[in-house]
Design a protein around this ligand. Sequence first.
Ligand code: DHB
Ligand code: MG
Length: 235
Amino acid sequence: MAPNHAPTALISPELYDLWAHSDCYHCSFLLKPDPVLDAVMENTKAKGVESEQAVSPAQGKFMHLLMLSMGAKHVLEVGSLGGYSAIWMARALPDNGKVIALELEELHAKLIEENVANAGLSSKVKVIVGDALESMQRMDPDPAAPFDFVFIDADKKNNVNYFVQAKRLLRKGGVIMVDNFGRRGRLVDPDNHEPSIEGTRNLLRHIKDDPEVEAVTVHTVGEKGYDGFLFAVRK
Ligand code: DHB
Ligand code: MG
């Protein structure tokens, strides 16, 4: 499809309200009250960290169920912010499972460790502070324990670099999921050249010619507006 308009401007506030309301309605049946995760979000907000960038409760539970259905044991998270999604995933792992969380900011890393400890999951989440790309480049694929799942949710301009490294560290049949692939339609706005949008477009272009993965974008609406996940399986 040839993009020929600026779609973001077409989304009315009423539509956002409807998506959030519908999300809430479904969650009222399918998500149990979760004081631990509520406290994680409160703590994240209180520390001034961009809590609105965390995945929604429904998206977190989706990731949790994905880990359960895959029988995932070794998970890599690129960009962890306050650790909200890391906690959702860690809860689904067996006793010897682990989430390795890569986080640039020292302040965020401390917060993740605090939140993870409050969730009783310190033994299942390890935070590595520093430039995530450098951390990934330093990692060797572990033949005894390759990653089953990689979640990329960091600076979008590096999406291709993260994806290439994730693929190197992932087992065959493993999954790479990348957050923020719908971005309110901003990818199809021809006037939008933000580095984060270009970084996301670049990953689509890269995957188009990548024989090592099969991938699809699943668009989402809900509490977080209109966005999407890229879902890729390593062949
Ligand atoms: C932004 C980043 C995210 O990872 C997200 O989920 C939502 C927004 C942002 O940079 O604005
Ligand atoms: Mg995100």
